[in-house]
Design a protein around this ligand. Structure first.
Ligand code: NAP
Length: 473
């Protein structure tokens, strides 16, 4: 099966189409047709009709079809990974990892589909039965980002489809090919085509139609806090249920009593995955004064092992950044920090390969007044701050409006619990830099969002709880 053989994708130019560009080479990979407002309204109506039938089939049957979808994703793993590396830039090994991660949500929610159940509660009135029923919310819409072109989709479509909802997804304009490939595989697995649809086009037009539609009862968004807040406001008129997976500014604290080698491995995994372009990337690294110099030395040495290049090439573990604007943001953070007294230990500039490649960069003596302390860099910049006490580290870590992921390394078991409780974040990695998997509830607090994806809680986001009061007098 040709995963590019989709009606909305063409290798030859179509008028007013979205150009999909390989960030490693600048080559145009494909043209994607834009969905206009009227076409989108028609698709929503189709989804509205199809959802009723989808919700009416047995949960076991929905589960079986999702399992077929999961198996197909594994079967097409190599092709899907290659599409992802070409349109997104991440190294092939990371793309393969993302396909497995994305598929894991399909399998997980295929299993969850059969576990949905309500309750019967003891009534306070004689001859009365109190029950709850869980029902699919209806037609849902999702808007997804470019940094995880497959996993951010399956984390939404899998619980939606498992619970009996229909879902329309606007994928990121920079990475629509992975999304269309998933749509084809879902159809091949027996998911009705009007129950899961990909749309693309002008983000304002599409989101306006989504937000204003009375037929769409839920919007799930992953992306920046700025856009998330706009969508939150736009959905007020139709009082939609919302899930918001927004920006982060993750602290990574290394205490004097940490295993330093393991802490550095944690930083490498958390900071440099996807060239630093993940919402859970360590953005601020806090090192306690006793290990500060040593940590900088070990990290600097470890960073020399990073090989920058085209993600399709063997041995490359850091690809290009997604766009020129991403390069400018990394440069801005470095220049601002150096102008305010930070020291450059390695990297610091665009890579000699040109394009959007950037050198893995390490700076130390970073302070809270610098931009990097306040904003997500979203690039391969590791800034090291120094602290003396646990209280100081917690105060600095919490001094942000974001609250997605936080990490810390310590071997003191009492401190592990104390610090974990004090960090104002939705997710905390303790002695690990990798926390994402389908079993765990993913999500943030404060300006990092609302709701949880994955885990046993993820399906609840796509269901309504109905209360039944039955008189049996
Ligand atoms: P973004 O600019 O907010 O874009 C995300 C999605 O929103 C894309 O599909 C984009 O469409 C669309 N969009 C952009 N402007 C819009 C508007 N005015 N109205 C409606 N939709 C709009 O974010 P990004 O740069 O792609 O992704 C990076 C951000 O996502 C970072 O802040 C990162 O932390 C966050 N993120 C969070 C999580 C999480 O789980 N919490 C996971 C991954 C990423 P176009 O592509 O067409 O512009």
């Amino acid at each position: 099966m040709d995963l590019f053989a989709h009606q909305d994708i063409s290798k030859t130019q179509i008028p007013e189409a979205i150009e999909v560009i390989n960030p490693a080479t600048g080559e145009i990979l494909a043209y994607v047709k834009k969905t206009n407002a009227q076409e989108l309204e028609e698709k929503i109506l189709k989804a509205y009709k199809a959802q009723k039938q989808w919700a009416n089939i047995l949960a076991e049957e929905r589960s079986d079809r999702l399992m077929r979808f999961f198996v197909l994703m594994l079967e097409y793993k190599e092709a899907l990974a290659e599409i992802m590396t070409k349109e997104q830039g991440k190294p092939l090994a990371e793309s393969r990892g993302e396909i497995l991660y994305a598929a894991s949500f399909i399998k997980w929610f295929a299993q969850e589909a059969r576990k949905v159940c309500g309750d019967i509660m003891e009534s306070k009135v004689k001859d009365q039965k109190i029950m709850t029923l869980k029902q699919p919310i209806g037609v849902c819409a999702a808007i997804t980002p470019w940094n995880f072109p497959s996993a951010m989709l399956t984390r939404k479509i899998a619980p939606a489809l498992a619970s009996g909802c229909a879902i329309l997804v606007k994928s990121a304009s920079k990475t629509p090919l992975s999304a269309y490939a998933l749509e084809l595989l879902a159809q091949k697995a027996g998911i009705p085509k009007d129950v899961f649809m990909i749309v693309n086009g002008d983000s304002n037009t599409i989101s306006d139609v989504f937000c204003e539609s009375e037929m769409i009862r839920k919007l799930s968004f992953t992306g920046s806090t700025e856009v998330g807040a706009q969508l939150y406001a736009k959905c007020a008129k139709t009082v939609k249920k919302l899930s918001m997976e927004l920006g982060g500014n993750a602290p990574f604290i290394v205490f004097d009593d940490a295993n330093l080698e393991e802490a550095v491995q944690g930083i490498m995994a958390s900071k440099f995955r996807n060239s630093g372009q993940t919402c859970v990337c360590a953005n601020r690294i806090y090192a306690q004064s006793g290990i500060y110099t040593r940590l900088c030395e070990i990290l600097q040495k470890e960073m020399q092992t990073l090989k920058v290049g085209n993600g399709l090439e063997e041995g490359v573990n850091q690809g290009p950044l997604i766009h020129k604007s991403a390069v400018l943001k990394v440069k801005e953070h470095i220049e601002d920090a150096l102008s305010k007294g930070a020291r450059l230990l390695s990297g610091g500039k665009e890579h000699k390969l040109g394009g959007t490649y950037f050198e893995p960069t390490l700076i130390c003596d970073v302070t809270p007044s610098m931009l990097v302390a306040k904003e997500e860099t979203f690039g391969p910049l590791a800034p090291i701050f120094k602290f003396d006490t646990e209280e100081e580290a917690i105060a600095m870590a919490n001094a942000t409006e974001f609250g997605l992921a936080a990490y810390f390394f310590t071997q003191d078991y009492k401190r592990q619990w104390r610090v974990a409780e004090s960090l104002e974040y939705g997710m905390v990695g303790i002695n690990t830099g990798l926390i994402s998997n389908e079993v765990a509830p993913f999500g943030g607090i404060k300006h990092s969002g609302l709701g949880r994806e994955g885990s046993k809680y993820g399906i609840e986001e796509y269901m309504e709880l109905k209360y039944l009061c039955l008189s049996v007098k």
